[in-house]
Structure formats: structure tokens, C-alpha cells
Design a protein around this ligand. Structure first.
Ligand SMILES: Nc1ncnc2c1ncn2[C@@H]1O[C@H](COP(=O)(O)OP(=O)(O)OP(=O)(O)O)[C@@H](O)[C@H]1O
Ligand SMILES: [Mg+2]
Length: 433
């Protein structure tokens, strides 16, 4: 493309933009207000015209310009006010600077034109987030995404997502100021409990609450090094399951320190391997029974069955803190190994089939040993959450190293999901059970 062609394209684009800005656009209500004020002002000046003119004649030594302006007050108002109005309507306050910054990082089309900022507004769903709406000047979304880091530096923001607006000529950048950070502590309040079946909330990210619906993603794997906040998060989820009417089963092999008496009154606890095997056997038996009932009733899952029959069968949630301790067979006797193999096989059955029948696993671990949780269990734990972790643990839980890179070393209750969402978990304690 020749320089002349580029110039022609730019000139036409400038005319088009000017036309669009005058013709309304996103700031239309504010612009209409300016126009209304201008017209109201004109009427007011017109009503005072005679008085002002008479006053001007009576004053001595008035400069000829002032005298003319006051004698023809309406004309003077229309002229000067009109210029001011035009500036207010057309001048892109702050837009030029943004455009220059984007141009300087090379975000421009083949004619060298950078995106044009049309407006900035607060996100309706999350007041922390600002939505920057650009006319994207035919720059593909992939180019925006490739340049995300540079755009963040240029605009001094952290970008949450970049999407097309109403049409593909608009791009919306959802961002928070760089200084915005998650709170270190977010105390749980019952107001956060989700009214939806069967949604459990975990905490808050910069874009809003983070939740999981067990009806869609049935099982959860929580990872993180010691002190990262796994037990607190596990208990937060189990508490919500209880509140929503689920039956909760807890395996705790750490001597019961993490689950004081109040839990034992409300949940089925197991502290030994043989009772764990028994409990898992019961859960598998319930699973088999429900399978038969659902088949008979022709229902695809527990919710459909409950609705069709009015039965109200509860969901069953099995939580296990430090599952690697339970499943690790190193140094165990032959008899123990057989028992552990059976535990593993029952967990695998629930992991594979539990979703439709409302039986769920929430397993936590800090042991970065891939061989301990076998693939047939792990592959079915689709909702992955990782707290502070090293590369190996992060890789095991999330299949990437993002937890090691993005969770600060001293963070507690800070987690990251498989899709990269970082959130602060709600801090919950037993007093709130
Ligand atoms: N969501 C949170 N917000 C703030 N602080 C938290 C949060 N979760 C945990 N903590 C703090 O971190 C401490 C350790 O949490 P927790 O016992 O859950 O860690 P853990 O990962 O289970 O550790 P371990 O592997 O040693 O059992 C808690 O006593 C609490 O003080
Ligand atoms: Mg713990």
C-alpha cells in the first residue's frame, strides 16, 4: 500500500469517526444533555437580550467588542457556546492518549491506525472491572490476544478478557487497574451461599465469585503445599454440601485434628482404613441401587429422578483430606495392599459413575507423587484447584505450572483453577458450621 493510499484511508476513517461521534454513539445521553443545556441557555439569553442590551448602552467606556457582544447577546452566545459545544461533542478526551499508546506498542492495522477508544464503563456484574470499548480498526482478536502483555503495560491494567462487542468492529477489553489485588482474607458469610442446586462457592477472583456446580462437574481435586489452605477450602465445600441437604462422608487420617466434634455430629466420619473401605462399599452399593431406580424410571440423572418421582434422594459427598496418605502403599504389608487396592477400586467406580447418581468426591492432596492417585481416579476429577505449590505439584494437579508461577509463596487460601482463574478462598471456621 502506498503512503498516499494509507493517507486516503486514514482521512476517510477520520471523517467517518467524526460523523459517528456527532451522530450519537455510546456517549449519546451525555451529549444530548449538553445540547439540551445549550438550547436552554440560548432561550434564557434571548429572554434577557433587551435588558442586557439596555445595560450595555448605559455603561460608559465599554470596549467596542463587549458592546457588540452585549447588544447582540443571542448571536454571541450561539457563536461562542456553539464552539464550546462542538468541542465537548467531538473532542476525544483521553482517547487520543490511549490510541497513541496502542500505536506505540504496534497494535495497528495495515494502514497504521490504532484502535480508537469509544468509552470506558464499569462492568455491571463486577464493579471492580472496567470495560474498555474500542473501535478495533479491523485488527483481528488474535492480534489483541498476542499483544495482551504489551496492552497491559501501555494502559497500566491487568486484563481479564478480550472479546468482540456487539459487532466484530468493536472489541471489549475487561480489565482492572494493575494495583488492584485480591484481599488476603475473605471471611465466609452465609450470604455467599448459592441458591442454585448444586452450586458450591469457593471464593472470589478479580472477576467475581468462583463456584462449581456438582451437577455438571461432579468431582473436585484440591492440591497445594502444606499450609496453603486445602483443609479450610475442603471444609468450606463440605459445609455448603451439608447446608444444601447432602449427606457428607469424611475420611480423616490425621487423627481428627482438622475435623473437631461438631463435624462428627453432622457427618459420617471414618478414621481407619477398614471403616473407609466399608463406607466406600456403602456408597458404591447406593450407586448401584440408584442406577437401577433411574433406569426403571427412565431418568438420566438424580435431579430428573427426584423431579419425576418426588423422592428427594440426597446427594452424597465424600471428602478426603490428604488422600495420598490413604492410598500410598509403600512399606505396607500384603494384606494392607489388598485392602488399599479395594479402596482405590471403589473410589475409581464412584469417580467414573458418580455424576448421574449424585455421588461426589472431593479429594485433597499435598503429595507431589503422580503414581499415588491413579489415572482412573484422577482423570475423572475434572474440577482442579491448586494453592501454593511447586512446579511438580502444580503440574500434577493442573497439568501446567501456573500455581507455582502465580500464587505467592506466602499466600494462604489463594488458589488457581485449571482455566487460570486466581481466587481468594473464603475463610471459614467451625464456629460457622
Ligand atoms: N481462605 C483463607 N484465607 C485466609 N487464611 C487462610 C485461608 N485458608 C487457610 N488459611 C490460613 O492458613 C492456615 C493453614 O490452612 P490449612 O490448614 O487449610 O492448610 P493445609 O493446606 O490444609 O495445610 P496442611 O497440608 O499442612 O494440612 C489456616 O490455619 C489459616 O490460618
Ligand atoms: Mg490440611
Amino acid at each position: 500500500m502506498t503512503q498516499n493510499e494509507k493517507f486516503q484511508i486514514k482521512r476517510r476513517a477520520v471523517c467517518r469517526n467524526l460523523w459517528q461521534q456527532l451522530g450519537g454513539g455510546p456517549d449519546a445521553p451525555v451529549k444530548l444533555l449538553f445540547v439540551a443545556l445549550y438550547l436552554a441557555g440560548a432561550v434564557w439569553v434571548w429572554s434577557k437580550q433587551e435588558a442586557v442590551s439596555a445595560y450595555a448602552q448605559s455603561v460608559e467606556l465599554l470596549s467596542p467588542i463587549m458592546l457588540t457582544a452585549m447588544t447582540h447577546a443571542v448571536a454571541a452566545y450561539l457563536l461562542l457556546g456553539g464552539v464550546a459545544l462542538a468541542v465537548l461533542l467531538v473532542y476525544p478526551f483521553g482517547r487520543k492518549a490511549t490510541q497513541d499508546q496502542l500505536q506505540s506498542i504496534g497494535l495497528a492495522n495495515h494502514a497504521g491506525m490504532a484502535p480508537d477508544l469509544l468509552r470506558k464503563k464499569r462492568d455491571r456484574d463486577n464493579p471492580r472491572v472496567t470495560v474498555w470499548e474500542f473501535r478495533n480498526q479491523s485488527i483481528p482478536l488474535t492480534v489483541w490476544e498476542d499483544k495482551q502483555a504489551a496492552i497491559e503495560a501501555a494502559l497500566d491494567v491487568t486484563i481479564i478478557k478480550i472479546i468482540f462487542g456487539k459487532s466484530k468492529s468493536r472489541v471489549l477489553v475487561y480489565a482492572v487497574p494493575t494495583q488492584t489485588s485480591l484481599p488476603e482474607v475473605l471471611r465466609w458469610s452465609d450470604a455467599y451461599l448459592s441458591p442454585d442446586n448444586f452450586v458450591l462457592v469457593l471464593g472470589e477472583s478479580l472477576t467475581g465469585p468462583v463456584a462449581v456446580n456438582l451437577a455438571n462437574i461432579p468431582h473436585i481435586l484440591l492440591g497445594g503445599s502444606t499450609g496453603s489452605g486445602k483443609s479450610v477450602l475442603l471444609k468450606l465445600l463440605l459445609m455448603q454440601a451439608l447446608r444444601k441437604g447432602a449427606e457428607v462422608y469424611i475420611a480423616d487420617f490425621k487423627g481428627g485434628v482438622d475435623f473437631p466434634k461438631v463435624w462428627r455430629q453432622k457427618c459420617h466420619m471414618c478414621f481407619r482404613e477398614d471403616t473407609l473401605l466399608y463406607v466406600l462399599g456403602q456408597l458404591v452399593a447406593v450407586l448401584e441401587a440408584r442406577k437401577g431406580w433411574l433406569e426403571e424410571a427412565g431418568c438420566k440423572d438424580l435431579d430428573a429422578f427426584n423431579e419425576a418421582t418426588g423422592e428427594g434422594l440426597p446427594r452424597l459427598v465424600f471428602g478426603c483430606d490428604e488422600v495420598a496418605e490413604v492410598l500410598d502403599r509403600t512399606g505396607r504389608s500384603k494384606g494392607d495392599k489388598e485392602l488399599l487396592a479395594q479402596i482405590e477400586s471403589r473410589l475409581a467406580t464412584i469417580a467414573r459413575l458418580g455424576r448421574a447418581f449424585g455421588i461426589h468426591l472431593i479429594l485433597a492432596t499435598q503429595r507431589p507423587d503422580a503414581t499415588i492417585i491413579p489415572g482412573q481416579i484422577k482423570n475423572n476429577l475434572d474440577f482442579r484447584v491448586c494453592g501454593r505449590a511447586d512446579n511438580i505439584l502444580s503440574q500434577i494437579i493442573l497439568d501446567n505450572t501456573s500455581a507455582a508461577e502465580q500464587i505467592p509463596k506466602d499466600a494462604r487460601g489463594r488458589f488457581i483453577l485449571g482455566d487460570g482463574t486466581v481466587f481468594q478462598g473464603y475463610l471459614f471456621d467451625e464456629g460457622q458450621l
